[in-house]
Design a binder for this molecule. Structure first.
Ligand code: ZN
Length: 210
């Protein structure tokens, strides 16, 4: 079904997520299938990585990862994103079956340039929540609406979700995605991100042992 185009209007904001194409993606841990999607309403390009048969009706080991260019691609130790992504990919590879949705919403949804502005404010002493609020944003601007049509396209209904974020579990369940279990994903703690992880735990309610 590689050339099938699906247009899936989601309730609420007229979300249109279009499936574009799939290919192999060899990685150090497994050769995943890489699937491309475009959110026509916001123009964002999202990705999904799958391994094994995810459309067989059984709950799927899953990660919904929001883009963090600095952490995922530039090895930043200010956060734990790159380590979490790598840990999730390794876990899916070990299991031989799973899905990782990669949502292009940088910096908890505030965008890359604003994230640098927020980092500057954190360099001067604010925590991650204070910095986003100082710039006029909510403490977490991420949306997960696109996950529903992506999962529908892939045939995924129920998941074992790798996350430490209670808001993400709530958001996915509100979209009608069944979160059968939550799998903790603790990786990448280091001296540089201790304050950041503590703020995520204390101010955003993340389940992170600090
Ligand atoms: Zn990050």
């Amino acid at each position: 079904m590689t050339n099938v185009i699906t247009l899936v209007p989601a309730e609420g904001r007229g979300l249109q997520v279009e499936y574009v194409e799939s290919s192999d993606l060899p990685t150090p841990w497994a050769t995943f299938r890489l699937h491309g999607f475009v959110d026509r309403t916001g123009g964002r390009e999202h990705l999904a990585l799958t391994l094994g048969s995810v459309a067989d009706g059984e709950p799927v080991l899953a990660r919904v990862h929001s883009e963090c260019l600095t952490g995922d691609a530039l090895f930043s130790r200010r956060c734990d994103c790159g380590a979490q992504l790598e840990a999730a990919m390794k876990r899916v590879a070990a299991e031989g079956r799973g899905v990782i949705v990669y949502l292009r919403q940088e910096g908890r949804g505030i965008g890359l340039m604003n994230k640098i502005r927020a980092y500057r404010l954190q360099d001067e002493g604010m925590d991650t929540v204070e910095a986003n609020q100082h710039l006029g944003f909510g403490d977490d601007e991420r949306r997960y609406d696109a996950v529903k049509p992506i999962f529908e396209h892939l045939g995924v209904g129920a998941v074992h979700l790798m996350t430490n974020n209670p808001r993400k579990v709530e958001a996915l369940e509100a979209l009608g995605i069944q979160v059968v279990t939550r799998q903790p994903l603790v990786a990448g703690a280091n001296p540089h991100n201790h304050r950041y992880l503590r703020a995520k735990a204390r101010r955003l309610g993340h389940w992170i042992p600090i």
